[in-house]
Design a protein around this ligand. Structure first.
Ligand code: SF4
Ligand code: SF4
Length: 235
């Protein structure tokens, strides 16, 4: 028996005063066999309540789409910048790479780039903090809600890049934008660039030395108001 246990058993009753119980349950508790009756009452009460236990694995849990189940890797986006491995508080991301020299094109300099040889995450160490996903500047890591990858051998919990790539197919699509939000500037810029390209292909490139005044022979593209076209709406 530990010293702490001895102290607890020898302590004076006044050290742990019993909370007085009132009402019918307090009266029942003071009767002989009252404790048993109280226990049975609790059992009967909970038996009649609706169960909240899910019968997993027969019934799959209804998880939110952004649950942190497993980390997926989109290898094509990874530039081997090593930010995720450096920021991981558990040091459970393993990255190997080598440099590759690309031949010079059009008289330019030869370029080098990093080629990913190994990308692995040890899920036996990972604490699912999500820092690696947050810091990745190239959107190469994503959360997948999949969680059924328990193993009998702890070494199997290190997922190499092929396995991390397969998790990508289980990543849910991004949430829809807030309909009340301002549209992104990139969309407006892309629409303007597309309209300009369509105009150029229809009219041909502007002739050198062409007069800058006079009545234009063509109007703005269909669906575009004069104020949208370059110079449109100006006197
Ligand atoms: S979720 Fe956290 S612990 Fe897990 S690999 Fe990413 S940074 Fe490391
Ligand atoms: S932070 Fe992103 S891009 Fe950089 S090594 Fe990690 S996964 Fe690759």
């Amino acid at each position: 028996m530990s010293p702490a246990h001895l102290w607890l058993t020898n302590a004076a009753p006044s050290a742990f005063p019993r909370r007085p119980q009132y009402g019918i349950m307090g009266l029942v508790g003071r009767l002989p066999g009252g404790g048993l009756a109280k226990g049975l009452a609790v059992t009967l009460r909970t038996m009649t309540r609706r169960s909240v236990t899910r019968q997993y694995p027969e019934v799959q849990p209804d998880l939110p789409p952004r649950s942190r189940g497993v980390i997926a890797l989109l290898e094509e986006n990874c530039t081997v910048c090593m930010l995720c491995a450096r920021e991981c508080p558990d040091w459970c991301i393993y990255i190997d790479s080598h440099k590759e020299t690309l031949p010079a094109e059009g008289g330019g300099r030869a370029r080098t780039r990093n080629v990913l040889d190994r990308f692995a995450i040890d899920f036996a160490l990972c604490m699912y903090c999500g820092i690696c996903i947050e810091v990745c500047p190239f959107d190469a890591l994503f959360w997948s809600p999949e969680f059924e990858y328990a193993e009998y051998d702890i070494a199997e919990l290190t997922h190499e890049k092929q396995r991390l790539r397969e998790w990508m197919w289980t990543v849910p699509p991004p949430q829809a934008h807030d309909p009340a939000a301002e549209p992104p500037k990139e969309i407006a810029a892309a629409e303007k660039a597309a309209a300009r390209a369509a105009r150029t292909s229809r009219n041909g490139p502007p002739a050198t030395g062409a007069p800058t005044t006079g009545t234009p022979t063509t109007g703005p593209p269909a669906g575009e108001s004069p104020s949208d076209s370059p110079g449109g709406g100006r006197p």
